[in-house]
Design a protein around this ligand. Structure first.
Ligand code: OGA
Ligand code: MN
Length: 206
C-alpha cells in the first residue's frame, strides 16, 4: 500500500476521533454529484422513494411531525456511475476510520433522502437499540447553490447527552458530514427547498 493511500482521509478521521464529528468539503467531484442527482431524480420519478418511519420494531410509523423525509435504499451494485463512485469513496473512508478509531466498521448501508419544502427531522440519535450496529453516520449533500435562507441545516449538538453548544452544517452539494452515531444528537432544521442527500451508516458486524 502506498503512503498516499494510507493517508487518505487521515486528517478527517483524526478530527472524527478528537471531536466525534467532521465535515469533509468536496467529498466527490462535481461530475459524480451530477450523476448522483440525476439517479436520485430518476428513482424518484419511478416512485422508488417512501416516507421514512420512526420508532422500533412493530411500532414503526410515518410521523411527519417528527421526521418528514422520503428515502430510497441504494446498493453498491447499482449501474449508476455516481452511486458506484459514492460507494468506492465511502469504502476508503471506512478503512481510514477503522485504522484511526478502531471501531470495527464492518460494512455500510445507505439510502437517498429528500426533504420536501417544510420537512424537518427532530433532534435524535442514529444509534438506537433496534439499529445498535450503526457506528458512524455519514451524510453527503447533493443540492448545489444552497444558501442560509434555504434552511435545512443539519444541527449537531456538541455537548454530551445532546446539550450545550451546537454547530450547523449547510447541506451544500459535495459536503459530507460524519459523526459518531451513538454520541452526537442532531436534527434537520425545516427546509425551504427540496433537500437531497445520501445518508449512510458504517456498521458493526451483526
Ligand atoms: C438521518 C439524519 C441528517 C441530514 O437521516 O438520520 O439525521 O442532514 N439526517 O440529512
Ligand atoms: Mn439522524
Amino acid at each position: 500500500m502506498s503512503t498516499d493511500t494510507f493517508e487518505l482521509f487521515g486528517v478527517e478521521t483524526d478530527a472524527l476521533a478528537e471531536h466525534g464529528w467532521v465535515v469533509v468539503p468536496d467529498f466527490l467531484a462535481p461530475s459524480s454529484l451530477d450523476s448522483l442527482r440525476e439517479e436520485a431524480r430518476r428513482l424518484w420519478s419511478e416512485g422508488q422513494f417512501s416516507s421514512a418511519e420512526v420508532g422500533q420494531g412493530k411500532s414503526l410509523q410515518v410521523r411527519p411531525e417528527i421526521r418528514g423525509d422520503l428515502t430510497c435504499w441504494i446498493e453498491p451494485t447499482s449501474a449508476s456511475p455516481g452511486i458506484a463512485t459514492y460507494f468506492a469513496a465511502v469504502e476508503e473512508l471506512r478503512q481510514a476510520v477503522n485504522r484511526r478509531l478502531f471501531l470495527g466498521c464492518f460494512d455500510f448501508e445507505a439510502h437517498l433522502a429528500v426533504y420536501p419544502p417544510g420537512a424537518f427531522y427532530h433532534k435524535h440519535l442514529d444509534r438506537i437499540p433496534s439499529v445498535a450496529h450503526r457506528l458512524v453516520s455519514v451524510i453527503l449533500y447533493l443540492e448545489p447553490d444552497w444558501r442560509g435562507e434555504d434552511g435545512g441545516q443539519l444541527r449537531l449538538y456538541l455537548g454530551e447527552g445532546g446539550v450545550g453548544p451546537t454547530h450547523d452544517v449547510l447541506p451544500a452539494a459535495g459536503s459530507l458530514v460524519a459523526f459518531l452515531a451513538g454520541q452526537v444528537h442532531h436534527e434537520v432544521l425545516p427546509t425551504n427547498r427540496s433537500r437531497w442527500s445520501i445518508t449512510g451508516w458504517l456498521r458493526a458486524r451483526t
